[in-house]
Write a protein that binds this ligand. Structure first.
Ligand code: MN
Length: 719
C-alpha cells in the first residue's frame, strides 16, 4: 500500500502547487473512518481508496479528484455524513463524494427490481460533474484488479457489468488504457479459456517471429532519423480481449504479428507526424484499406491519430499509429485530460474536448454529425451513448439502440414475445407501441397469443433483429392470406363461367402458366399478380369472351308499369335492387334500362320525358337475386378478407367478383360484386360487414358511365 508521502511525491511531480495539507487531511480522515474494516482479500479496507487515488494521480488529475478518491467510500461505508465532509473539505468535495456514492448505490441494488430509478441517478450524477465518473471508473478498475478475492458468482456479475457498462463508458470518454484493462479483467473472469488460449498463441507467435518487435522499432527509428524527425517509437502488445473481439468480428484466427502488436510513433508536432507517415509509407508498402486519418477527422472524444498498416520487414504486416505528444495524451486519458495538471498548471492541451460539450454531445447524439467516418464509427461500434438500458419486470437489463421502441424491446427478449405483443407498459403507464424508450425505464409487454406482427410495425422498430423477425413473419402471413384470398377469387371466377373450382383444374392451370404449384398459383391470384379472368382464360379460352357479352344483359326482368310482354334490364352503372326507387329509360337499341332514381348518369341521358317510364319493382320478387357493388376498405390483416367473404356468404348473398382498387401496406380497398334479394338484404349485409372491427368503410358503389369525364368508379351514395 502506498503511504501518503509516496502519493504526495507523485502529485508533486506534476502539480507542485496542490493543497497538500488538505490531501494529507483527507488521507487521515479516510484512514480513521475505515478503521477496523477489511476487504474480501483480508487487507485493511483503506488500501482500496488509496489505490483508487493512485489511479487518478496517474491520470495527473486535480486535487479535488484525488481527495474525493480517498474519501469516496466514507459516506457509503462509514459513519461519516455528507454534511461532515462539507464542513471539513468544502462543498466541491462533498458534492463529488455524493455523486460517487449514488453511483455505488446503483451497483449495490443492481440485483433488485427498483434499479431503474438508480440508472437515472447515474446519468444525473454524471451530468453534474464528469469527475464523478472518472473516480467511479478508477474505483471499478481497482475492484476489478482485485476481483479474485470475491466469490465466483459475484465475480461474474461484476465482470458483466464492467464489460457492458463501464468499459464502453471509458472508451466513450476516450480513456483507452482504462477501457482495455477493464475489458481484459472482465474477460479473464467471463472467458478465461479463450483468454488463456490467446495468451498461449502469443507466446508461440513471439517465439516464431524471433523477437521481431525491437527490430521493427529499430527499423522505424532508422527511417525517421533519415528525415531528421525526433520521435518516440514504441511497440505494444494488444490486449487478449481486443484480439478476441476482432477474431469474433472477422471470424478468423490470428496469425500475423500485426494482429497482436501495434507500433506507435509520437512526434513533437503535427507536421512531423505527417512527415513520419510519408516516410513510413515510402520505406514500406502501405496495406490498402488500412489507412485512417483521425487528425483531420478527429473523433468526438477528441481522439486524433493517423492509423496505417504497412508490409514491414520480410513482408510482415505492421500496424502503426502516428500522433503528437498532445494527441497521445488525449488518446490515453481522453476527456479526463481536461482536469490534468503539468508543472503545477492546468494542462492547456488544444485537443482536449470540453467535458461539458462532450456531455451535451452524449444527449444530443451524433445524428447531426457532419463527419461521416465518425458517424460510421458510431453506428458500427457498440457505443454507450447510442444505447438505452431498459429493464424487464424481473429487473433484467435489456440493452437497445437509442430510438428503440417497446416492440424492439419485446423482440430483444424473444421472437415469440415480439410476435405476440399487443401493447406495452412503461414505468407502469400504458404507452403506444411506437414510443421511443428512454434510459432506465422499466418495460413490460402485454401479449396475446392471437396476435400476429403487423406491417405497420416495420416503421416502428429500430433494431435489425425486430425488423427481420417482423418481415419474415409478415411474409409468411401474407402468403397464407394471399392463398386464402386467391381461393376466394378462384371460386368466384370459376362460378362466373358456370364451373366449379377443383384441385385438378387448378393444377392444370398452374402447369399451363408455368407456376410451381397450386399454392403459388393461389398466392399470385391473391396478390393480384394474376387476375381471375387470366386464370379462366388459361382453362376455358372461349368462355371468357362469352362472359363479357353476357354480362347482365340477358337478365330480363318484369316491372310494375311495363306492358305484360315488356321486360327490362337493370343498369350496370347504378345496379338498383328491389326496394329502391327506380326509373325506366327506353332506349332504341338497348330496350328499357332500369336506373336508380338517384343515378348520376340520368342527367346525361335523353331529356325526352316520353322515354322516362315510372316503374316499380314487382311485389314479392324475392326469388331473384340482383347484382350490386360495394367498396370495402379494410385493414390489411390476416384473414380479414376471408372473414368478410364468409360473412357475406352466411347472409345468403353470392359474391360474383372481387377487384382490388387500392392496396397499401396498412389498408386496402376492394370493389366486391354481390347478388342480393333487395335493399333490406343489402343493408343487412352492409351493417354486418361494417360491424367488423377491421373494416374502415363500406359503401355502395355506383359507376359513372363514359359520357362523364370521370371514368373511375365513383361512390355515389352511402347507406
Ligand atoms: Mn470503492
Amino acid at each position: 500500500m502506498f503511504n501518503i508521502e509516496e502519493l504526495i511525491k507523485k502529485i508533486k511531480s506534476y502539480n507542485p502547487l496542490a493543497n497538500f495539507d488538505l490531501i494529507r487531511k483527507s488521507f487521515d480522515y479516510g484512514f480513521n473512518a475505515h478503521k477496523g474494516q477489511y476487504r474480501a482479500s483480508g487487507e485493511i479496507y483503506f488500501t482500496h481508496p488509496v489505490e483508487v487515488a493512485n489511479i487518478v494521480i496517474d491520470l495527473k488529475l486535480d486535487e479535488a479528484t484525488i481527495i474525493t478518491a480517498l474519501l469516496h467510500d466514507t459516506v457509503e461505508d462509514t459513519d461519516s455524513s455528507l454534511n461532515q465532509l462539507e464542513r471539513v473539505f468544502g462543498k466541491e468535495i462533498s458534492q463529488l463524494v455524493d455523486g460517487v456514492t449514488k453511483l455505488t448505490n446503483l451497483e449495490l441494488s443492481s440485483l433488485e427490481t427498483k434499479h431503474a430509478e438508480n440508472f437515472r441517478k447515474l446519468f444525473m450524477a454524471m451530468s453534474k460533474d464528469l469527475r464523478v465518473l472518472l473516480i467511479k471508473l478508477a474505483d471499478r478498475l481497482h475492484n476489478m484488479r482485485t476481483i479474485k478475492a470475491l466469490p465466483i458468482n459475484k465475480q461474474i456479475r461484476k465482470s458483466k457489468e464492467t464489460m457492458e457498462i463501464f468499459a464502453p463508458l471509458a472508451g466513450r470518454m476516450g480513456m483507452q488504457f482504462m477501457r482495455e484493462e477493464l475489458e481484459d479483467l472482465s474477460f479473464r473472469v467471463l472467458n478465461s479459456e479463450a483468454r488463456n488460449s490467446i495468451i498461449r498463441r502469443f507466446i508461440t507467435l513471439r517465439k516464431e517471429t524471433d523477437d521481431l518487435v525491437p527490430k521493427i522499432i529499430d527499423d522505424i527509428q532508422q527511417q525517421l532519423k533519415k528525415e531528421n524527425i525526433n520521435a518516440r517509437v514504441t511497440g505494444r502488445e494488444k490486449k487478449p480481449y481486443s484480439i478476441w473481439r476482432k477474431m469474433q468480428y472477422k471470424k478468423e484466427g490470428f496469425t500475423r504479428l500485426s494482429d497482436i502488436f501495434a507500433f506507435r510513433i509520437v512526434t513533437k508536432n503535427e507536421i512531423d507526424a505527417y512527415i513520419a507517415m510519408g516516410s513510413v509509407h515510402r520505406r514500406w508498402r502501405a496495406v490498402p484499406g488500412k489507412f485512417k486519418d483521425y487528425i483531420s477527422h478527429p473523433k468526438s472524444n477528441g481522439y486524433r491519430s493517423i492509423h496505417t498498416t504497412v508490409s514491414g520487414r520480410d513482408g510482415k504486416r505492421v500496424e502503426v499509429q502516428i500522433r503528437t505528444d498532445e494527441m497521445d495524451e488525449v488518446a490515453e486519458s481522453g476527456v479526463a485530460a481536461h482536469w490534468s495538471y503539468r508543472d503545477g498548471e492546468r494542462v492547456k492541451n488544444p485537443f482536449v474536448v470540453d467535458p461539458f460539450k462532450w456531455l451535451r454531445g452524449l444527449s444530443d447524439g451524433f445524428i447531426k454529425s457532419d463527419n461521416p467516418s465518425e458517424f460510421f464509427e458510431h453506428v458500427k461500434l457498440e457505443m454507450f451513448q447510442d444505447q438505452v438500458f431498459c429493464f424487464t419486470p424481473k429487473g433484467e437489463v435489456i440493452k437497445l439502440p437509442r430510438g428503440a421502441t417497446p416492440i424492439d424491446f419485446a423482440y430483444a427478449i424473444h421472437t415469440r414475445i415480439g410476435d405476440s405483443c399487443v401493447g406495452s407498459m412503461v414505468d407502469g403507464q400504458r404507452v403506444p407501441l411506437w414510443t421511443k424508450l428512454k434510459n432506465g425505464q422499466s418495460v413490460s409487454i402485454i401479449r396475446s397469443e392471437a396476435q400476429k406482427p403487423q406491417s405497420s410495425w416495420e416503421n416502428m422498430v429500430y433494431t435489425g433483429r425486430a425488423k427481420t423477425a417482423i418481415r419474415r413473419k409478415l411474409r409468411e402471413e401474407k402468403r397464407k392470406e394471399n392463398i386464402r384470398i386467391g381461393k376466394e377469387i378462384a371460386r368466384v371466377s370459376f362460378e362466373k363461367v358456370g364451373k366449379k373450382v377443383t384441385d385438378k383444374a387448378l393444377q392444370t392451370a398452374a402447369k399451363k402458366l408455368v407456376i410451381n404449384n397450386v399454392d403459388d398459383l393461389l398466392a399470385s391470384l391473391g396478390s393480384v399478380e394474376l387476375t381471375g379472368d387470366e386464370l379462366i382464360k388459361t382453362l376455358y379460352p372461349k368462355k371468357i369472351t362469352g362472359l363479357t357479352i353476357q354480362n347482365f344483359g340477358e337478365r330480363k326482368l318484369s316491372f310494375v308499369g311495363l306492358e305484360p310482354n315488356q321486360q327490362a334490364n337493370t343498369a350496370s352503372c347504378c345496379k338498383p335492387v328491389p326496394g329502391e326507387r327506380i326509373v325506366g329509360i327506353a332506349q332504341k337499341q338497348k330496350g328499357i334500362i332500369i336506373h336508380a332514381i338517384d343515378c348520376d348518369n340520368l342527367q346525361n341521358l335523353d331529356n325526352n320525358s316520353r322515354n322516362w317510364l315510372d316503374l316499380s319493382w314487382p311485389n314479392g320478387d324475392v326469388q331473384n337475386s340482383h347484382p350490386t357493388s360495394l367498396t370495402i376498405s379494410m385493414y390489411n390483416g390476416v384473414g380479414v378478407l376471408g372473414r368478410i367473404c364468409s360473412l357475406i356468404g352466411e347472409r345468403g348473398a353470392n359474391i360474383t367478383n372481387i377487384d382490388f382498387v387500392d392496396r397499401k401496406p396498412d389498408f386496402y380497398s376492394i370493389i366486391i360484386e354481390i347478388h342480393v334479394k333487395d335493399l333490406k338484404h343489402l343493408s343487412d349485409i352492409m351493417t354486418s360487414v361494417e360491424a367488423d372491427s377491421d373494416i374502415a368503410v363500406v359503401v355502395r358503389t355506383r359507376e359513372v358511365l363514359e359520357t362523364s369525364s370521370n371514368q373511375n368508379p365513383r361512390i355515389l351514395s352511402n347507406y
